[in-house]
Design a binder for this molecule. Sequence first.
Ligand code: NI
Ligand code: MN
Length: 221
Amino acid sequence: MKVNFLGHAAFLLEDKGVGLVFDPFLTGNPQATAKPQDLKVDYILVSHAHHDHLGDAVDIARRNGATIVSTAEVAGLCAKQGAQTAAMHIGGRNPFAFGTVRIVQAFHGAGVEGGHACGFIVNFFGHSVYFAGDTGIFGDMELFGRLEPLELALLPIGGNYTMGIDDAVLAAEMLKPKAIIPMHYNTWPVIQANPEEFRQKIQARQAVEVRILAPGQSTEF
Ligand code: NI
Ligand code: MN
């Protein structure tokens, strides 16, 4: 599987001709290295409706005939704008052509009335990936790695709106992934964080690989 960091919290997974993007905020994203029209994807997973996560999801879905997978409230918002959607909610785990999507809780605003922010545990052709979305730390992260042993965790480290570095280090101890890619930092001054500090602090406590990607970079798992 190829993991492409598109900047901020946007990641594109690619394998076997299938593309899945998390939170494709490209237009107006200071870190974005791709344009919505560049993305060839089949699935778009949206953690919540804040602009830096919902982003270009509807536009990309309509261009590609891709399916937006999200909580019912966010999916409803996207369906009204003409996107094909799969509405799920926290606790649900559904099969898709590439594997499975489980929606898990995140502690954050939903950006849509009556909704809830979420994270995802995706099994993408056998690779287990936790995308935390925007969230503070919470103890139930300890359950996630037991529900589905994690190969990769995508964790926010920028603070202010989400976990900062020290909390993300503790979160990683609960999640026990094999590898981590930090996200949601340095997009704006208010979420300034040094990913090397995150790597050093986490590797002082546990054996986990931290891959730091610059926007536009990709890596293989
Ligand atoms: Ni948010
Ligand atoms: Mn955010």
